[in-house]
Write a protein that binds this ligand. Structure first.
Ligand code: ADP
Ligand code: MG
Length: 261
């Protein structure tokens, strides 16, 4: 057994190519996510939260972006891996869910088929095994009448149910780390609460670590053990969530906190 963090980000700096050089939008971000822990990144729109998560997943276009620093996943620096090796990491060690699940689901295939394919491709299951496991995963994310919904298409699900489908798909690869980039932002408030509760339950059941990205301090209070505050590409605060609420110093952190009801 090792106590190494599941994810260790060191001086992550991401720049994009512009007409006359490079523009840095994420600067010297450093944090750890330990086993079983939920860490939140909070910051206003445009502060670099999504670029940080996409850099960790290496999902930015290679020619037009530059990532510096280290991203250690279970101790391995994934910035040094080939694209082929990285595909294996994405399918096995780390999964990501986004704000708008419709963009990640293929509208022309049933949701059962889309989840089954992950299981067949990454877990080597047969068609029959994958079907049974898919129904189990849909039940795990509390989709009512899961087995009868296997053959339905993404548009037949509500926004909240689609996010549950995405979470089921993310769980299919049994990731050690789930990165959730504003997964509740597009949902109604009551549905937001249900999805947050689901992520908390699953984290305990699966022993997963979660990196949760949000602009909402209320969500941070609800879900995160530790919190990183980003402001205009910089990490301006990091610590136990409780300490940040009680003793956050940076003017932007104070502003975020004063907006919490
Ligand atoms: P957040 O998720 O916190 O709202 P982002 O990480 O999406 O913010 O964006 C941070 C900054 O990087 C913004 O100024 C955005 O315009 C810029 N940016 C994001 N993606 C790209 C890209 N592919 N090319 C150039 N600039 C980008
Ligand atoms: Mg974003």
């Amino acid at each position: 057994m090792t106590n190494a963090p599941v994810l260790s980000v060191r001086n992550l700096t991401t720049s994009f190519r512009t007409g006359d050089g490079w523009k840095t939008v994420v600067r010297n971000i450093s944090f750890d996510v330990n086993a079983g822990e939920t860490v939140a990144i909070v910051g206003e729109s445009g502060s670099g939260k999504s670029v940080t998560s996409l850099s960790i997943m290496r999902l930015l276009a290679q020619g037009s972006s530059r990532i510096e620093g280290e991203v250690l996943l279970n101790g391995q620096n994934i910035l040094a891996l080939s694209e082929k090796e990285m595909r294996g990491v994405r399918g096995n060690d780390v999964a990501m869910i986004f704000q708008e699940p419709m963009t990640s689901l293929n509208p022309i295939f049933t949701i059962g088929r889309q989840i089954s394919e992950v299981l067949i491709r990454h877990k080597g299951m047969t068609q029959t095994e994958a079907r049974a496991e898919t129904v189990r995963l849909l039940e795990k994310v509390r989709i009512p009448n899961a087995s009868s919904r296997f053959d339905e298409y993404p548009h037949q699900f509500s926004g909240g149910m689609r996010q549950r489908v995405m979470i089921a798909m993310a769980l299919a690869s049994k990731p050690k780390l789930l990165i959730a980039d504003e997964p509740t932002t597009a949902l109604d408030v009551t549905i937001q609460g249900q999805i947050l509760d689901l992520i908390k339950i699953l984290q305990e059941e699966e022993g997963m670590s979660v990196l949760f990205i949000t602009h909402d301090m209320g969500v941070v209070a609800e879900i995160a053990d530790r919190t990183i505050v980003m402001f205009r590409g910089d990490q301006v605060e990091a610590g136990a969530t409780e300490d940040i609420f009680l003793r956050g110093q940076h003017p932007y952190t104070r502003a975020l906190l004063s907006a919490v009801p």
